[in-house]
Write a protein that binds this ligand. Structure first.
Ligand code: CP
Length: 322
């Protein structure tokens, strides 16, 4: 029997817009709650009544497969009603602003908005304009908190700890909300984070986030327990001089040869979508070190935990946790 009621009472944030402003204890509470919901996902009847009578609206201004479906599955497993808004068929096309759309969703008596947007800060802004809970499903280059939580959850399952681990994040860190949320989450929990990328993908003063930069992928892997592989996000910056795909693969691609050279049981993660032969070989993506599909599965339990905790927070405290 899942009993998360004490966790529910400990959570005081209306929204989840990022990991930067969460405490180590907040993140641990989310991961602990996710672990108990994971048990639900293994049952024959994968449903609990925790959000019965609540309505979750998925408001996605950008394309998504994993995050959108996984939030929908998570909400349904908590017995919530779920409405998906595809913005290309909504009044967004007629010029309605994000805040007006959010306030109308609130007026329609929804309880929670899950939002993905191409502008950094969109989720936080929406959270300030509505009284109902807002969960960030990715905002521009800023944060993708539930992705980082499911990455950390999967890593903790495999390595039985986070504190003391070393994780390399390789690839297009500059355009990556996944990288930023992972850095905040992992460092708060006591992991060491290495960034490995061509100079063009390394944000200025990244070391201020508590990470180290190792430009050589083989050296970075040799020091790591896990590697999180990012794709090049061409859609985020049309003017940027992205490296040639083949050249990038040669210098930074995660290949079986590079994994074998470490002589370690290194965990290979990727938030998806995977560009095979660009940032990772198919042999690694589908191989024994890869946990890519386990990350996707764990996304359900993690998002159940997030929806469950934020849905009760406003009744508990009325605080804005953004
Ligand atoms: N990882 C991730 O955000 O994937 P989607 O874009 O498919 O949701």
């Amino acid at each position: 029997m899942v009993d998360n009621s004490s966790n529910f009472l400990k959570w005081e944030r209306k929204d989840l817009v990022g990991l930067r402003n969460l405490t180590k204890e907040d993140i641990e509470l989310l991961l602990e709650t996710a672990a108990s919901f994971k048990e639900v996902t293994t049952r024959q009847i994968k449903k609990v009544p925790a959000l019965r009578g609540k309505t979750v609206v998925n408001l996605f201004y950008e394309s998504s497969t994993r995050t959108r479906v996984s939030f929908e599955v998570a909400a349904k497993r908590l017995s919530a009603d779920v409405i998906n808004i595809a913005t290309e068929y909504s009044s967004v096309k007629k010029g309605e602003t994000l805040n007006d759309t959010g306030r109308n969703i609130e007026a329609l008596k929804a309880d929670l908005i899950v939002v993905r947007h191409n502008a950094a800060g969109a989720a936080a802004m929406l959270a300030r304009h509505v009284k109902i809970s807002v969960v960030n499903a990715g905002d521009g280059w800023h944060e993708h908190p539930t992705q980082a939580l499911l990455d950390i959850f999967t890593l903790a399952e495999k390595k039985k700890k986070i504190k003391g681990l070393t994780v390399t994040i390789v690839g297009d860190v500059a355009h990556s909300r996944v990288a930023r949320s992972n850095i905040w989450g992992l460092t708060k929990l006591g992991a060491k984070v290495i960034i490995c990328a061509p100079k063009i993908f390394i944000p200025a003063e990244i070391e201020k986030m508590g990470v180290s930069v190792i430009p050589d992928i083989e050296q970075a892997l040799s020091e790591s327990d896990a590697v999180n592989v990012l794709r090049m996000q061409f859609e985020r910056d049309e003017k940027a001089a992205f490296p040639e795909k083949l050249d990038y693969f040669k210098k930074f691609g995660i290949t079986q040869k590079r994994i074998d050279k470490t002589n370690k049981d290194i965990i290979v993660m990727h938030p998806g979508p995977v560009n095979r032969g660009v940032e990772i070989s198919s042999e690694v993506a589908d191989g024994p070190n890869s946990v890519i599909l386990e990350q996707v599965t764990n996304g359900i339990a993690v998002r159940m935990a997030v929806l469950y905790l934020v849905s009760g927070a406003k009744e508990n405290s009325g605080q804005d946790g953004a």
